[in-house]
Structures are given as structure tokens and as C-alpha cells.
Design a binder for this molecule. Structure first.
Ligand SMILES: Cc1cc2nc3c(=O)[nH]c(=O)nc-3n(C[C@H](O)[C@H](O)[C@H](O)COP(=O)(O)OP(=O)(O)OC[C@H]3O[C@@H](n4cnc5c(N)ncnc54)[C@H](O)[C@@H]3O)c2cc1C
Length: 447
């Protein structure tokens, strides 16, 4: 290999999604020499948005859950964005739309529930903030709902709402800690639909990373992580070049991470990845010339784990007069079912809520099997006595290889992108507190 082919960096980051870009920002702004490699032509990974003549379509429905690590990281890194929260939410039950009970007022008003149901649900809403979510880590979402709700209507409502919130219909597997934490956050913090779609966040992070001095290189796949004597040495790229680095951060999905170390045969990583339960969803995203019915923009289906939202009513994601609607079905990762049937179900939800949408289509995208979360915390725990709930998620250090770290929505606490951005920040902190990178940060007076 010639000298030019051997490049050097302090840190190599594999993956240009939200996690990789956030880690690049934190490290580069502390003075580290960072190279981020993204195999795709565009940055953003699962958070990317495609622009079809002014219609901004995320890869499936995306909302920023405020009050978590994602919002904190975006604030710390000064990433600009704007957006609005959905206001009118409904539940579709046996062909009729009802106000969705989201708080005291809508609970009192809705005709979805009878008087006794409202009392039971009201009591649960009141108790939620006081619950210690961790204490329910070993209980499944299904068992928890059946424990706290006695009335059939309340159970039906909570079970469907739970599917949407944990992004899975495998409620007998997912830890109730996930649902309780999520509901506690939702009671206090609004969700935001982002103007321009999530690409706004991706582009904001890219600009911040580049401004801080990071090299962000797309269209370049990392082939393998190289290590020796229990310490990471760098990476090999798909073009054959080698990059030496003091640290490597893998910010990909679990399956992609596994492939990078010893071509998928590195046992400590295999053990982590092999029994992860992902959250998978089927998404039907449509761009329309106009919105057929603006009166019911956000709808939860009571009969199946499906959800619809006309985001363009709240965020700037469509040209004037146009509309963007996202629908998604939460799948059972163990028995994902039939994609054609899923697509028909999502179309039927659109037919019921937005009649006439088929004649107005500018663009439609069906994504049958998207991984929304790399690892769902389970009630049963996992391999080698891995604990239940969030405590069972892997940490950022790859066992046995010093300075090889992991970031993503399967690492550490937090749900969805909260885990991606939260783990990216944790990885950066670990590196900056340790070894030569720390001295570099300290020299700059930043630690
Ligand atoms: C349908 C759907 C809906 C969602 N809704 C929400 C929501 O409402 N709220 C929320 O907070 N989160 C949501 N999420 C989750 C959120 O999108 C993800 O948590 C987040 O985007 C993951 O970012 P990441 O950087 O961890 O991983 P990724 O986005 O998967 O990024 C990994 C990147 O690594 C690249 N890569 C992989 N291997 C290599 C290699 N060998 N070399 C170079 N590059 C490589 C990939 O191309 C990719 O760009 C949703 C996800 C989906 C799919």
C-alpha cells in the first residue's frame, strides 16, 4: 500500500445518520480530527427526507418527542429547526371518528368512552406521573395494560395506543417500562412535526460538524474495522484505502455493526446482536394535490395497530395547497406478516379518513419493513442474563476492543432517536475523557 493510501484521523465514525453526525459535532468541536464515512449518496439514514417537487417525505412518519435527549442534543449543538404540534387527534372505531382522549378536556368530551370508562382512564392518567417506570421493566406492556385497566373499552383503547407508542404490536414482549416512560413524557412535552422534514435536522447537524472541522464523506462504505492486541487501529474502506485512528465509532444499525468486525464473526458483538428484538413498521407515505378532509388530520385506528397523520397541516412539508400524509402499521417483529395485506390496511385507513385521496396522488411511497428501533427493551431480558427493560440495552463499549464504540437507537437508555443522539453524546464524552483525545480537548480549555 502506498503512503497516500494510508490516511490518519483521531476518530473515524461509520455512518452518517443522526447518531454519527451528532458524535462528529461533539468530537470535532472539542478539537478532535474526525472523519465520518457514509455509504449512501445522501446523509441521514433513516431520518432522511426525499423532496418530490416541494413535497418533503420523511421515510415514514417522524415526530420529534420533546423533553428527551434528542431535544437536548439539538439545543447543545445549536441546530436550528421549527415546527408545530398536532392539535386535532381522533380515534377511528367501527367506521366512526371520535375525539381522542389526550387530557382532561378531551376525556370529558369524547363519546368514544362511557362514564365508567372515563373514570377508570382518568384515574390512570392521574397516577401515571407518580409511577417509577423502572419498577415495571419485567412486566410486558400487555400485562401492564390488563392490570391497570379492567373495562374492555379502556383496554382496547390502551392496547392500540400502546402499539403506536412502542412502535410494535408485540405487546406481550415489550417491557412496560418503555410505555410508561413514553406516556410520562407525552403528558408533559409536546411532539413536534418539523418544517422541511427531518432532513432539516440532518442538514443542520452536517453543517455544524463541517463548521467544527469534521470531514464528512458520503458514497464511501467502511468495509471493516481493524484492531490488534485488543485495541482499535482504524478502518478499511471499500475502495481498499486504510484509515488509521485512535478511536472508531460505529453509528449504524446492529446488523450493519456486526458485519464490520471480523466479517460478522466477532463473538462478543454477535452475542449482543443475535437476540435483539427490533421494532418494525410498514409505512405508506403519500403526497397529494390537496388534503381531502382537514377536519380529521391525525387518527389512531381502534381495530388494528395503524396510525395516520396529515403532517402538512402542522409543518411546512408541502407546497401551498398540497398535502403530505404519513400512515404506518406497527408490526410484530417475530411474525411480521404479509406486506401486501399491510399496504391494503393502510390504504383502507386513508379511505376511511381521507376519502378521495386516491385521485389526488402526486407521489406514493410504500416501505413495507422499516426498522424503527434497533432494539426494543423486552420484559424477559435477554442472552446471558441481560436484564429486562432499558437496563438490558448494550452500552457503547464493544467488549474486548478498546476505543471501539457504538452509537445508535439500540444503545443505552432512551427511545427512538433519543437513544441515537443520547448515545452519540455519551460516546463523545467517553472519548474526550480518555487518552490522547482528552489531552487535545483539555489543551483547548474545553474539558
Ligand atoms: C418509519 C420510522 C419512523 C420513525 N419515527 C420516529 C419518530 O417519530 N421519532 C423519533 O425520535 N424517531 C423515529 N424513528 C427512529 C429514527 O429515525 C432513528 O432512531 C434514527 O434516524 C436512527 O439514526 P442512526 O444514526 O442511529 O441510524 P441510521 O439512521 O440507521 O444511520 C446509520 C447510517 O449508517 C450508514 N452505514 C451503515 N453501514 C455503513 C458502512 N459500512 N459504511 C458507511 N456507512 C454505513 C447507513 O447508510 C446510515 O446512513 C423512526 C424510524 C422509522 C424507520
Amino acid at each position: 500500500m502506498s503512503e497516500e493510501e494510508l490516511q490518519q484521523a483521531d476518530v473515524v465514525i461509520v455512518g452518517g445518520g443522526l447518531a454519527g453526525l451528532s458524535a462528529a459535532c461533539y468530537l470535532a468541536r472539542e478539537g478532535a480530527d474526525v472523519r465520518l464515512y457514509e455509504k449512501a449518496a445522501e446523509l441521514g439514514g433513516r431520518a432522511s427526507t426525499t423532496d418530490y417537487d416541494g413535497f418533503h417525505l420523511n421515510r415514514g412518519v417522524h415526530a420529534l418527542y420533546t423533553g428527551g435527549a434528542m431535544e437536548e442534543v439539538l439545543r447543545e449543538l445549536a441546530i436550528p429547526y421549527s415546527g408545530h404540534s398536532p392539535t386535532a387527534v381522533y380515534m377511528l372505531r367501527e367506521g366512526k371518528l371520535y375525539e381522542f382522549p389526550r387530557g382532561v378536556q378531551s376525556l370529558l368530551k369524547t363519546q368514544l368512552l362511557g362514564f365508567g370508562d372515563k373514570v377508570e382512564l382518568g384515574r390512570l392518567f392521574a397516577q401515571l406521573p407518580g409511577l417509577k417506570a423502572q419498577e415495571f421493566a419485567r412486566v410486558s406492556v400487555r400485562d401492564w395494560v390488563l392490570q391497570v385497566a379492567r373495562r374492555p373499552r379502556v383496554r382496547e383503547f390502551l392496547l392500540m395506543f400502546a402499539c403506536t407508542n412502542v412502535y410494535s404490536s408485540a405487546l406481550e414482549l415489550v417491557s412496560a417500562e418503555v410505555l410508561i416512560t413514553k406516556l410520562q413524557l407525552l403528558l408533559k412535552h409536546p411532539v413536534l412535526y418539523i418544517d422541511g422534514g427531518w432532513q432539516t435536522l440532518v442538514e443542520g447537524l452536517r453543517q455544524a460538524a463541517v463548521r467544527a472541522g469534521a470531514y464528512v464523506i458520503n458514497n464511501c462504505r467502511v468495509e471493516a474495522v481493524e484492531y490488534e492486541d485488543g485495541r482499535v487501529r482504524g478502518v478499511r474502506l471499500s475502495n481498499g484505502q486504510r484509515v488509521r485512528a485512535q478511536a472508531v465509532v460505529i453509528a449504524t444499525t446492529p446488523q450493519e455493526a456486526l458485519k464490520l468486525v471480523d466479517a460478522g464473526t466477532y463473538a462478543p458483538l454477535q452475542n449482543i446482536v443475535k437476540d435483539l428484538l427490533p421494532a418494525r413498521v410498514a409505512c405508506l407515505d403519500v403526497a397529494l394535490r390537496r388534503l381531502p378532509d382537514p377536519t380529521h388530520p391525525v387518527v389512531q385506528d381502534a381495530g388494528s395497530p395503524c396510525f395516520l397523520t396529515a403532517q402538512s397541516l402542522y409543518a411546512k412539508v408541502a407546497p401551498t395547497g398540497g398535502a403530505v400524509i404519513h400512515t404506518f402499521k406497527q408490526l410484530d417483529p417475530v411474525h411480521p406478516g404479509d406486506p401486501q395485506k399491510d399496504e391494503r390496511e393502510l390504504e383502507a385507513l386513508l379511505d376511511a379518513v381521507q376519502p378521495g385521496w386516491r385521485e389526488l396522488v402526486v407521489k406514493r411511497v410504500f416501505l413495507p419493513h422499516m426498522m424503527a428501533i434497533g432494539m426494543l427493551p423486552t420484559a424477559a431480558g435477554g442472552y446471558d442474563g441481560r436484564p429486562s427493560g432499558y437496563a438490558g440495552r448494550p452500552g457503547p463499549q464493544v467488549p474486548g476492543i478498546e476505543h471501539l464504540l457504538l452509537a445508535g437507537d439500540w444503545i443505552g437508555p432512551g427511545f427512538l432517536a433519543d437513544a441515537s443522539l443520547g448515545s452519540a453524546r455519551q460516546v463523545a464524552r467517553l472519548l474526550l475523557q480518555d487518552g490522547r483525545l482528552a489531552r487535545k480537548g483539555a489543551k483547548m480549555g474545553m474539558l
